[in-house]
Write a protein that binds this ligand. Sequence first.
Ligand code: PRP
Ligand code: URA
Length: 212
Amino acid sequence: MEQKENLFYIQHPLIQHKISMLRDKRTGTNEFRKLVEEIAALMGYEAFRDLPVELAEVETPIEKCLTPMIAGKKLAVVPILRAGLGMVSGILTLVPSAKVGHIGLFRDHETHEPQEYYCKLPVPIEERTIAVLDPMLATGGSAVAAVDFIKARGGRHIKFLCIIAAPEGIERLHSAHPDVQIYCGCLDRCLNKDAYICPGLGDAGDRIFGTR
Ligand code: PRP
Ligand code: URA
């Protein structure tokens, strides 16, 4: 994993291979969904490396021992609707007891700016590590708005997990919220005139849910 102050590019062959399969326009909904779930789990494994642990007493069949367990309040997972939903099950395979919030945003087709339609977060949120999930970080507008909502409700320890990012999105999110740790599966070349990532994978929400 290559790291620059709060930017983590996960360069793992399994993730790279699965992202290449996602990009293929012949990949159908069923396979696309499975790949998003698998990539999310692999990314979560890297992103949760720094979760705090504390020693707990456990009795094995042989003897009692002190052994590490995840410390503190349960993790919160917050997908950005719709496409972020596709990553939730992958993360929950790693952390089944995580709480799940939802933020509903869609991009206005003309302005490309995010419009909010839903926000419900686990409470209390202040002490939790919060993993915001969205496969695509394009202009960064949706990510910045999602982090704004979470911070306005008291969230502080935020990780943003995206499968593919454009440089424009990384720059916008990192400038607006330098404290947020951004985990990215692949950094693509640029945005096109419709603010889609190039080469990207197309519309993630439509490909996960089989719409359009
Ligand atoms: C997509 C994607 C992100 C957003 C990224 O969602 O899932 O949320 O675009 O673009 P941005 O970085 O320029 O804000 P979209 O608005 O298409 O909604 P959907 O998931 O409901 O399809
Ligand atoms: N949202 C998507 O789903 N894909 C893009 O390329 C950009 C934003």
